[in-house]
Design a protein around this ligand. Sequence first.
Ligand code: 13P
Length: 246
Amino acid sequence: MAPLIAGNWKMHGSLASAAALAGAVRAGWQARQGAAELLVCPAAIHLPAVAAVLAGSPIAWGGQDCHAAPQGAHTGDIAAPMLADCGARYVILGHSERRAEHGESDVAVRAKAMAAAAAGLRPILCVGENEAERNAGQAEARVGAQLRGGVPAGFAGDIAYEPVWAIGTGRTPTEAEVAAMHGFIRATLRDVLGAGGAAPRILYGGSVKPGNAAALLGLAEVGGALIGGASLKAEDFLAIAMAARG
Ligand code: 13P
Protein backbone atom coordinates (compact mmCIF):
# COMPACT_ATOMS: atom_id res chain seq x y z
CA MET A 1 0.00 0.00 0.00
CA ALA A 2 1.07 3.56 -0.60
CA PRO A 3 2.20 5.48 2.49
CA LEU A 4 -0.71 7.29 4.13
CA ILE A 5 -0.28 10.97 4.91
CA ALA A 6 -3.17 11.96 7.18
CA GLY A 7 -4.08 15.38 8.51
CA ASN A 8 -5.87 15.54 11.85
CA TRP A 9 -7.44 18.99 11.90
CA LYS A 10 -8.68 18.45 15.48
CA MET A 11 -11.06 21.18 16.77
CA HIS A 12 -9.94 23.91 14.39
CA GLY A 13 -11.49 26.03 11.70
CA SER A 14 -14.85 27.14 10.37
CA LEU A 15 -16.99 25.86 7.53
CA ALA A 16 -15.36 28.40 5.26
CA SER A 17 -11.77 27.83 6.37
CA ALA A 18 -12.12 24.02 6.28
CA ALA A 19 -13.44 24.16 2.72
CA ALA A 20 -10.68 26.58 1.73
CA LEU A 21 -7.97 24.34 3.26
CA ALA A 22 -9.41 21.30 1.48
CA GLY A 23 -9.42 23.25 -1.76
CA ALA A 24 -5.80 24.29 -1.33
CA VAL A 25 -4.77 20.69 -0.58
CA ARG A 26 -6.66 19.44 -3.63
CA ALA A 27 -5.17 22.02 -5.99
CA GLY A 28 -1.67 21.58 -4.59
CA TRP A 29 -1.79 17.80 -4.79
CA GLN A 30 -3.07 17.89 -8.36
CA ALA A 31 -0.03 19.98 -9.27
CA ARG A 32 2.45 17.72 -7.46
CA GLN A 33 1.06 14.17 -7.87
CA GLY A 34 3.22 12.46 -5.26
CA ALA A 35 3.29 8.77 -4.37
CA ALA A 36 1.42 9.01 -1.05
CA GLU A 37 -2.24 8.46 -0.28
CA LEU A 38 -3.70 11.64 1.25
CA LEU A 39 -6.38 11.89 3.94
CA VAL A 40 -7.83 14.85 5.82
CA CYS A 41 -9.89 14.53 9.01
CA PRO A 42 -11.80 17.74 9.74
CA ALA A 43 -14.19 18.26 12.62
CA ALA A 44 -17.23 16.08 11.92
CA ILE A 45 -19.50 19.07 11.42
CA HIS A 46 -17.24 20.26 8.60
CA LEU A 47 -17.21 16.91 6.77
CA PRO A 48 -19.98 17.63 4.25
CA ALA A 49 -18.33 20.92 3.25
CA VAL A 50 -14.93 19.24 2.87
CA ALA A 51 -16.50 16.31 1.01
CA ALA A 52 -18.06 18.69 -1.50
CA VAL A 53 -14.63 20.19 -2.20
CA LEU A 54 -12.73 16.88 -2.42
CA ALA A 55 -15.31 14.81 -4.33
CA GLY A 56 -13.76 13.38 -7.49
CA SER A 57 -10.19 13.92 -6.23
CA PRO A 58 -7.78 11.21 -5.01
CA ILE A 59 -7.83 12.75 -1.51
CA ALA A 60 -9.85 10.90 1.14
CA TRP A 61 -11.65 12.42 4.11
CA GLY A 62 -12.40 10.88 7.49
CA GLY A 63 -13.65 11.33 11.04
CA GLN A 64 -11.71 11.92 14.26
CA ASP A 65 -13.78 9.54 16.40
CA CYS A 66 -16.95 7.46 16.29
CA HIS A 67 -19.29 5.81 18.77
CA ALA A 68 -19.28 2.04 19.24
CA ALA A 69 -23.01 1.78 18.51
CA PRO A 70 -24.42 2.20 14.98
CA GLN A 71 -27.20 4.48 16.26
CA GLY A 72 -29.10 5.26 19.43
CA ALA A 73 -29.58 7.57 22.38
CA HIS A 74 -26.03 8.96 22.67
CA THR A 75 -26.33 12.72 22.84
CA GLY A 76 -23.50 14.54 21.14
CA ASP A 77 -21.86 11.47 19.63
CA ILE A 78 -21.29 10.51 15.99
CA ALA A 79 -21.96 6.99 14.68
CA ALA A 80 -19.65 5.30 12.19
CA PRO A 81 -22.47 4.93 9.61
CA MET A 82 -22.98 8.72 9.82
CA LEU A 83 -19.35 9.26 8.86
CA ALA A 84 -19.70 6.75 6.03
CA ASP A 85 -22.85 8.56 4.91
CA CYS A 86 -20.69 11.70 4.55
CA GLY A 87 -18.38 9.77 2.24
CA ALA A 88 -15.70 9.26 4.89
CA ARG A 89 -13.39 6.30 4.25
CA TYR A 90 -11.32 6.50 7.43
CA VAL A 91 -11.78 7.27 11.11
CA ILE A 92 -9.11 8.10 13.69
CA LEU A 93 -9.73 6.14 16.92
CA GLY A 94 -8.19 6.21 20.38
CA HIS A 95 -6.29 9.45 19.86
CA SER A 96 -4.41 10.34 23.06
CA GLU A 97 -6.52 13.50 23.41
CA ARG A 98 -9.67 11.37 23.50
CA ARG A 99 -8.07 8.89 25.88
CA ALA A 100 -7.07 11.77 28.20
CA GLU A 101 -10.09 14.05 27.88
CA HIS A 102 -12.85 11.44 27.48
CA GLY A 103 -11.38 8.54 29.43
CA GLU A 104 -11.37 6.19 26.44
CA SER A 105 -10.08 2.76 27.41
CA ASP A 106 -8.55 0.13 25.17
CA VAL A 107 -11.80 -1.83 25.47
CA ALA A 108 -13.76 1.19 24.21
CA VAL A 109 -11.31 1.75 21.36
CA ARG A 110 -11.63 -1.90 20.36
CA ALA A 111 -15.44 -1.63 20.25
CA LYS A 112 -15.17 1.52 18.14
CA ALA A 113 -12.77 -0.20 15.73
CA MET A 114 -15.30 -2.99 15.23
CA ALA A 115 -18.11 -0.46 14.70
CA ALA A 116 -16.01 1.42 12.16
CA ALA A 117 -15.26 -1.76 10.22
CA ALA A 118 -18.94 -2.72 10.25
CA ALA A 119 -19.74 0.65 8.66
CA GLY A 120 -17.10 0.13 5.96
CA LEU A 121 -14.62 2.60 7.45
CA ARG A 122 -10.89 1.96 7.80
CA PRO A 123 -9.80 2.77 11.37
CA ILE A 124 -6.54 4.50 12.22
CA LEU A 125 -5.98 3.25 15.74
CA CYS A 126 -3.69 5.47 17.83
CA VAL A 127 -1.27 4.24 20.47
CA GLY A 128 1.57 5.90 22.32
CA GLU A 129 3.25 6.32 25.67
CA ASN A 130 3.39 9.46 27.80
CA GLU A 131 6.62 11.06 28.94
CA ALA A 132 6.70 9.44 32.37
CA GLU A 133 6.24 6.02 30.80
CA ARG A 134 9.08 6.63 28.33
CA ASN A 135 11.39 7.89 31.08
CA ALA A 136 10.58 4.84 33.16
CA GLY A 137 11.45 2.49 30.31
CA GLN A 138 7.80 1.51 29.99
CA ALA A 139 7.10 2.78 26.45
CA GLU A 140 6.93 -0.66 24.82
CA ALA A 141 4.89 -2.08 27.69
CA ARG A 142 2.35 0.72 27.34
CA VAL A 143 2.08 0.47 23.56
CA GLY A 144 1.99 -3.32 23.70
CA ALA A 145 -0.90 -3.20 26.17
CA GLN A 146 -2.79 -0.71 23.98
CA LEU A 147 -2.37 -2.96 20.94
CA ARG A 148 -3.37 -6.16 22.75
CA GLY A 149 -6.35 -4.45 24.36
CA GLY A 150 -7.46 -2.25 21.47
CA VAL A 151 -6.90 -4.13 18.20
CA PRO A 152 -9.82 -6.45 17.38
CA ALA A 153 -9.42 -9.81 15.62
CA GLY A 154 -9.45 -9.41 11.85
CA PHE A 155 -8.43 -5.74 12.13
CA ALA A 156 -8.21 -4.20 8.67
CA GLY A 157 -6.99 -0.69 9.42
CA ASP A 158 -3.85 1.23 10.22
CA ILE A 159 -2.00 2.00 13.45
CA ALA A 160 -0.65 5.43 14.40
CA TYR A 161 2.21 5.57 16.89
CA GLU A 162 1.94 8.97 18.59
CA PRO A 163 4.11 9.46 21.66
CA VAL A 164 1.96 11.78 23.80
CA TRP A 165 4.93 13.99 24.71
CA ALA A 166 5.71 14.64 21.03
CA ILE A 167 2.22 15.93 20.14
CA GLY A 168 2.20 19.67 19.53
CA THR A 169 5.50 20.14 21.33
CA GLY A 170 8.01 20.32 18.48
CA ARG A 171 9.85 17.40 20.10
CA THR A 172 10.17 13.99 18.48
CA PRO A 173 11.80 10.72 19.48
CA THR A 174 15.15 10.03 17.82
CA GLU A 175 15.09 8.17 14.53
CA ALA A 176 16.44 5.11 16.34
CA GLU A 177 13.63 5.30 18.90
CA VAL A 178 10.97 5.60 16.19
CA ALA A 179 12.43 2.69 14.24
CA ALA A 180 12.64 0.55 17.36
CA MET A 181 9.05 1.27 18.37
CA HIS A 182 7.68 0.65 14.88
CA GLY A 183 9.54 -2.67 14.81
CA PHE A 184 8.06 -3.56 18.17
CA ILE A 185 4.55 -2.62 16.95
CA ARG A 186 4.98 -4.77 13.82
CA ALA A 187 6.07 -7.75 15.88
CA THR A 188 3.20 -7.28 18.32
CA LEU A 189 0.67 -6.99 15.48
CA ARG A 190 1.95 -10.25 13.99
CA ASP A 191 1.32 -11.86 17.32
CA VAL A 192 -2.12 -10.27 17.83
CA LEU A 193 -3.43 -10.71 14.28
CA GLY A 194 -1.67 -13.97 13.41
CA ALA A 195 0.44 -14.75 10.39
CA GLY A 196 -2.54 -14.65 8.03
CA GLY A 197 -3.76 -11.27 9.28
CA ALA A 198 -3.67 -8.05 7.29
CA ALA A 199 -0.52 -5.96 7.65
CA PRO A 200 -1.57 -2.50 8.87
CA ARG A 201 0.48 0.51 7.91
CA ILE A 202 2.14 1.97 10.99
CA LEU A 203 2.02 5.77 10.83
CA TYR A 204 4.20 8.01 12.97
CA GLY A 205 2.59 11.07 14.56
CA GLY A 206 3.88 13.83 16.82
CA SER A 207 5.45 17.08 15.58
CA VAL A 208 5.89 15.90 11.99
CA LYS A 209 6.98 18.92 9.95
CA PRO A 210 8.35 19.49 6.43
CA GLY A 211 11.86 19.59 7.92
CA ASN A 212 11.79 16.16 9.60
CA ALA A 213 9.32 14.30 7.36
CA ALA A 214 11.78 12.71 4.94
CA ALA A 215 13.93 11.30 7.73
CA LEU A 216 10.93 9.92 9.67
CA LEU A 217 9.14 8.54 6.61
CA GLY A 218 12.32 6.84 5.43
CA LEU A 219 12.58 4.66 8.53
CA ALA A 220 11.79 0.94 8.46
CA GLU A 221 8.13 0.16 9.22
CA VAL A 222 7.05 3.82 9.01
CA GLY A 223 4.14 3.60 6.59
CA GLY A 224 2.98 7.19 6.76
CA ALA A 225 2.34 10.08 9.09
CA LEU A 226 -0.51 11.46 11.18
CA ILE A 227 -0.12 15.21 11.32
CA GLY A 228 -1.76 17.79 13.56
CA GLY A 229 -0.50 21.37 13.47
CA ALA A 230 1.34 21.18 10.15
CA SER A 231 -1.76 19.77 8.42
CA LEU A 232 -3.54 23.09 8.95
CA LYS A 233 -1.24 24.72 6.39
CA ALA A 234 -1.72 23.26 2.91
CA GLU A 235 1.87 23.98 1.85
CA ASP A 236 3.34 22.24 4.91
CA PHE A 237 0.99 19.26 4.60
CA LEU A 238 1.83 18.87 0.91
CA ALA A 239 5.56 19.21 1.58
CA ILE A 240 5.31 16.38 4.11
CA ALA A 241 3.31 14.30 1.62
CA MET A 242 5.99 14.82 -1.03
CA ALA A 243 8.60 13.45 1.38
CA ALA A 244 6.83 10.05 1.29
CA ARG A 245 8.17 7.59 -1.24
CA GLY A 246 5.90 4.96 -2.76
P1 13P B 1 1.11 17.56 15.96
O1 13P B 1 1.51 17.22 14.55
O2 13P B 1 0.52 18.94 16.09
O3 13P B 1 2.21 17.28 16.93
O4 13P B 1 -0.12 16.58 16.35
C1 13P B 1 0.03 15.21 16.18
C2 13P B 1 -1.30 14.58 16.36
O5 13P B 1 -1.83 14.52 17.46
C3 13P B 1 -1.96 14.03 15.18
O6 13P B 1 -3.03 13.22 15.52
